[in-house]
Design a protein around this ligand. Sequence first.
Ligand code: CP3
Length: 369
Amino acid sequence: MLLNDRFLKACLGEAVDQTPLWLMRQAGRYLPEYNATRARAGSFLGLAKNPAYATEVTLQPLDRYPLDAAILFSDILTIPDAMGLGLKFTAGEGPSFEHPLRTEDDVKKLRVADMDQLKYVFEAVSEIRKALIQYGKQRVPLIGFSGSPWTLACYMIDGSSADDFRHAKTMMFSRPDLMQQILDINIQSVANYLIEQVKAGAQALMIFDTWGGMLPDGWYQRVSLAAMQKVIALLPREYEGQKIPVIMFTKGGAIWLNDMAQIGADVIAMDWTMSLSRARKQLLALNKPLALQGNLDPLILFSEPEQIARQASLLLDDLASAPPLKAGLHSLDGHIFNLGHGISQFTPPESVTALSQAVIKHSRSLRSK
Ligand code: CP3
């Protein structure tokens, strides 16, 4: 029923005709049509909490560019919001919580998120699935997502975006028991949240561990990675006969690639700090033939179109120089093209046109060689 299943095939390490592409934060402020819908909704949360608006903006980048996947329009902070922490978005300052977790008492009161409070997310998922149908077939698959237990804890404890997440790290070092209680509650909440997204129609799942890369070596594995492993263990590997691939992303985590390969994810999303050929070789040496997603530096999209095309081609050339995931595959199979982090709100929309054209053209031409 899928018109285009390149993304799902690449996640599962199957051969495709061209490299699939989607972009983290592909629906967002760099698109004038997004800003128009957001103005009608009144605010970011007004947009995210209204399934009709969320559906509209999810489809906007797909109507503009030849992308191979849709991603649910929402935010990772919906979970702590549902826990009663009181999420606010202030213009120019980003997210903040009215009731951050600072004391033992705050932590004692914390409960696993009530999925009834998140119904608007699951309604958006099923509405998006319906809206993706064209002439009886689904245009592209829909990705659902969540923040990682650790990344959510960072916001829940510090209460807003911070340079160093001082309060969260201090709790981890000085009251590991409290940190573990929060993580355990987050593990269960994230798993329940992702399971409900799958039931509503999500066809792949991504876990965003945006702040895992802040942790010291050893702490990353014991704290953030272990929590993600527990989440993944709770997820269905299949739903209604379809495999549900799981993508994990730890920003700044390339040094831990070998550890990331052990937790049951199907795809490892990379930031730009490690080349994909190096990552591929490392995974093959471990006998862990996992797919890779990434990893163009989002700031390359501020260059001229020719330069963007050249950098995208170089990224593909680099991966093509590595061995294939399995015998019989092209070296470019098992790769989903993406940025190494979310697209910047200041990106010229034409840059994404140049990028998508280059990925299609060059990944096809390399495969024909
Ligand atoms: O990828 C997509 O298109 C799906 C939508 C999506 C959003 N946030 C929409 C959004 C996804 C997957 C996220 C995840 C998210 N949210 C992460 C993890 C990924 C990452 O970027 O590392 C994090 C850390 C957040 C928390 C968050 N949400 C912050 C720090 C901010 C403010 C910073 C900013 O870019 O303004 C947000 C707001 C947010 N989430 C916006 C969008 C489109 C911009 C809000 C607006 O329209 O004003």
